[in-house]
Ligand binder design. Structure first.
Ligand SMILES: [Zn+2]
Length: 439
């Protein structure tokens, strides 16, 4: 039986800035065989036809900064309670569940930016989720797994464990050789890349504008990861950190907070990708954190850095910095709301087309998958979504699940909301799961 499919819709956004009206995509064996207007593409007679009537066809969306192992506030009342009450074994199932929520919203590829637990780095567990999806045992998006190298007393440590709590062995690493060993261990665990942090952030016990490691330490991490041909993603909140990232030759710089003209010019000249995570700085998130009872000092920090984040976003875009979409979704902002990030890009200076490119072609290139993903053109992997309406006239429509009509990964339909009974991936009765610490 032929696996050939022909997908039609009202329009196609190819991911690299082009729009095609009355488009046809011919798919075979999980790849795109042909893409173009109905007048220019021959549809083989044996192809199964799928008509996404009235829809815009787009590449599957890519979020390059998520934390699937964090606890979604749709699953738990209190992320802090959940972190200390749930075993890593159960947490792995939640990570899969969170990935499936994102897939149902049109995100066919996610890069997980790591998440420590009271028992350690959670790298092997996340690799198992990735591999179970790749093996076809469970349905989910394509995952790239990063895991963290954590210095003593730094942002990534204090974000994970309170100061007074005992640490598991090897939880932190200091100095170039300990950090090289940690990188090697994580790579042995099967991760796709390394995440680390050069500055403070929003966590109790640290402030955003402090250094978190020395240049020598960052150089060691990057050198070691690159020796294994693995990329390095770096949490960075300040100009000193931006300079350190450029000096070390990191692959992606995560978050946007403080910057100045000189650091932006250096990042732009270096060609490093920057992942904005503006959603995590939005009023939406701050308001939710207030409702969830986050400590007032953290709320105050969030409010104080917000204007700098938005200013840096505009300045970096205008300064020619390469920007790829990433949200930092974890417990808040929660899984499934990633497309709100794109609305913020548009509100702070991007065109809707640029925002879509940030989540398709540029995101794929930023995480090293540009040869296979990110655009709808012959030869690429057939990750395709069909969206009701025109996201170029209203980028916010990507936020409503009802508008995500079809989600295909590798040529296979995972989500079909055009059917009388919608086909989803996560649960036979969407919304019927329990918030288990409220039972
Ligand atoms: Zn993050």
């Amino acid at each position: 039986m032929s696996s050939m499919k022909a997908l039609t819709g009202a329009a196609l956004i190819d991911g690299s800035g082009k729009v095609v009206r009355d488009p046809v995509l011919v798919l075979e064996n999980g790849r795109i065989l042909a893409a173009g207007s109905a007048a220019s593409v021959d549809v083989p007679p044996n192809a199964e036809r799928i008509d996404a009537r009235g829809c815009t066809l787009m590449p599957g969306l890519i979020d390059t900064h998520v934390h699937l192992g964090a606890f979604n506030c749709t699953s738990f009342g209190s992320a802090r309670t959940a972190r200390f009450e749930v075993t890593p074994q159960l947490q792995s199932f939640y990570a899969l569940f969170h990935a499936q929520i994102c897939l149902e919203m049109g995100f066919t590829t996610l890069r997980d930016a790591g998440r420590g637990t009271p028992r350690g780095d959670f790298a092997e567990e996340m690799c198992a989720v990735r591999d179970a999806i790749n093996a076809g045992i469970v349905a989910g998006p394509r995952l790239q797994i990063l895991a963290e190298t954590v210095i003593t007393g730094g942002h990534l440590e204090l974000l994970t464990l309170p100061r007074a709590m005992p640490r598991p062995e090897n939880f932190t690493a200091d100095g170039p050789w300990e950090l090289r060993r940690k990188v090697r261990e994580l790579i042995r665990s099967g991760v796709d890349g390394i995440k680390t942090s050069v500055s403070g952030g929003v966590a109790l016990g640290t402030s955003p504008d402090v250094r978190n490691m020395t240049q020598e330490e960052l150089d060691a991490i990057v050198d070691e990861a690159h020796a294994f041909r693995k990329p390095v993603a770096v949490h960075c909140f300040n100009p000193e950190g931006l300079h350190m990232c450029v000096n070390a030759g990191v692959d992606t710089i995560e978050h946007m907070v403080y910057s100045d003209a000189e650091s932006i010019k250096r990042v732009s000249d270096s060609g490093a990708w920057v992942i904005p995570t503006l959603l995590n700085r939005s009023d939406y998130v701050i308001d939710k954190n207030v409702q969830l009872g986050l400590p007032p000092s953290l709320i105050a920090t969030q409010r104080s850095i917000q204007p700098a984040c938005f200013r840096t976003f505009r300045a970096m875009r205008e300064g020619g910095v390469r920007i790829a979409m990433g949200t930092d979704i974890h417990n808040v902002p929660e899984m499934g709301c990633a497309a709100m990030e794109l609305e913020l890009y548009v509100r702070h200076g991007m065109t809707p087309m640029e925002a879509i490119e940030a989540a398709t072609e540029n995101a794929a290139r930023a995480i090293g998958l540009g040869a296979d993903l990110g655009t709808l053109e012959a030869g690429k992997i057939a990750d395709v979504i069909a969206v009701r309406g025109d996201p170029l006239s209203d980028i916010a429509l990507l936020q409503d699940p009802a508008n995500i009509a079809l989600v295909m990964k590798e040529g296979r339909v995972y989500v079909d909301r055009t059917a009388a009974v919608p086909r989803l991936v996560r649960h036979p009765e969407p919304g019927a799961w329990k918030i288990i610490d409220r039972a």
